[in-house]
Design a protein around this ligand. Structure first.
Ligand code: DLL
Length: 440
């Protein structure tokens, strides 16, 4: 049963603030953040000095363009604590996700950062129709990944009955959903589709046996077509939610029941769109790379963090009454990151695994597919010539070694296919490492 189209707002003062007032608040918080970064984080101080900028020069949102960018590589280079702006003892939580190599990237949160993040998710859940009467089943993974704990904290904050299922174990998910009468679902859109399909395969009727009314789905790209399919499959309202570990996990932006783009929590972050090549700011309505600056984060604040996600921003009014700018769906990436079953995967991570395995040549291809709403990845890798001609080589052992290493470094299971020397296509320019057959 779909959610009644209410427009409940968790924090109307913040979410419906007149835009002029919001800009003033952002400017004040930006100036404070820049000062803290300059005083406490050597990398930021060096970069600002190199550009000849002093904290006092940054007075308003208009001055954002003078600040240096931050990249995922900075988090890797400064791993784990080099970007902390507070003493380590003030950090109460570490969350992480995949970096571009085997090393994860992590972000440190103070008690107040966890509080802010919790409220951001609470806003998202209320926007999707959530109340204290709801039973919210969280099937994002719990752990370093921000999905599980993020959704959990937000659900508990709005007083809902929170069901911390974590990911996987589909039959049990459905059993609990049915027996407890879960009314809201938090997971990736592809897993929600899989749940919907399995519910039907089990002979259950989503309209009678399942009580879901809405879902808050994110952590991976999806489309309007997927939304419609999901809404029909489960008879729910499906809302998009966006976030990233470096900024605050899920809840950085979220959809209301109007479903016309995700409201950015602009009292906590400033969103910009830039041309990824020239790095110039682009006006609202133009497609480009999304960049975030945190303006309340204490533990590991970020100045102009380049997300590499491509989308548009829209500041036209929304019927829900929120005044915040909305970001459109993520339509691509400016780097080669893949999102597979909600896990960020960089081809370079897989490459680092392959080069560590004896008998394997440095030629590989990743084939990504989506079967029955579930992403799969196949790693095709060449054996080196000697190994290939060696009839006693234990191919099964090599395959298992690669599979296990990928699982431990990248966090996903991959099908490993060993192919003969010199059989994968060679390229004269940039090697085409990834074949993505997913039709979203
Ligand atoms: O995926 C946080 C999250 C958890 C968001 C649960 C929503 C729900 P990371 O693991 O750091 O954090 O991955 C962040 O995932 O830069 C996007 O490329 C992608 N992503 C996240 N949400 C969406 C979305 C979490 N709604 C990276 N649509 C981001 C498309 C998304 N891509």
């Amino acid at each position: 049963m779909k959610a009644p189209k209410t427009h409940n707002i968790y924090n109307p003062e913040a979410e419906c603030m007149p835009r002029e007032q919001l800009r003033e608040l952002q400017s004040k918080r930006l100036a404070e953040t820049v000062k803290r970064e300059y005083e406490n984080v050597p990398v930021y101080r060096e970069r600002m000095d190199a550009k000849g900028i002093k904290p006092g020069d940054i007075k308003s949102v208009d001055d954002l363009k003078y600040l240096p960018f931050t990249n995922k590589t900075d988090l890797r280079d400064e791993f784990p604590f080099g970007l902390l702006a507070v003493p380590k003892r003030e950090i109460v939580r570490i969350q992480g996700s995949s970096g571009t190599t085997g090393k994860p990237i992590v972000s440190g949160y103070t008690e107040n950062d966890v509080e802010v993040w919790t409220e951001m998710v609470a806003r998202a859940l209320v926007a999707a129709g959530g109340t204290a009467d709801d039973i919210i089943q969280v099937c994002y993974g719990y752990g370093l990944f921000t999905g599980g704990l993020g959704a959990h904290q937000g659900a508990t904050r709005i007083g809902a009955m929170t069901v911390p299922m974590s990911s996987g174990n589909t039959q049990r998910q459905i059993l609990m959903m049915k027996e407890l009468g879960s009314t809201m679902l938090c997971c990736t859109p592809s897993y929600a589709t899989y749940l919907g399909e399995t519910i039907r395969e089990m002979g259950l009727d989503p309209k009678k046996d399942i009580r879901l009314k809405s879902g808050v789905f994110g952590a991976e790209p999806w489309t309007e077509e997927m939304r419609q399919r999901l809404e029909q499959l489960l008879d729910i309202d499906a809302c998009d939610i966006y976030g990233l570990t470096e900024i605050a996990g899920p809840g950085v932006a979220f959809e209301c029941l109007e479903k016309r783009g995700m409201h950015v929590n602009e009292d906590h972050v400033i969103a910009e769109i830039i041309d990824p090549v020239t790095e110039e700011q682009l006006p609202y309505g133009c497609s480009g790379e999304l960049v975030f600056t945190t303006i309340t984060k204490e533990g590991m604040p970020m100045l102009r963090y380049r997300t590499h996600d491509i989308c548009k921003l829209d500041a036209t009014p929304c019927a829900c009454g929120r005044t915040t700018v909305r970001m459109g769906r993520i339509t691509g990436r400016t780097d080669d990151m893949l999102v597979i079953r909600g896990v960020n995967v960089f081809p370079s991570q897989i490459e680092s695994v392959l080069v560590s395995v004896k008998g394997v040549a440095p030629f590989y291809q990743l084939v990504v597919d989506r079967v029955h709403s579930t992403d799969s990845i196949e790693v095709q890798v060449e054996l080196d010539e000697k190994m290939f001609s060696d009839t006693v080589a234990d191919f099964e052992k090599i395959r298992n070694e690669i599979g296990e290493k990928i699982k431990s470094v990248v966090g996903i299971s991959a099908k490993v296919t060993l192919v003969g020397a010199k059989t994968l296509p060679r390229s004269e320019g940039k090697a085409k490492r990834v074949i993505d057959n997913r039709k979203l």
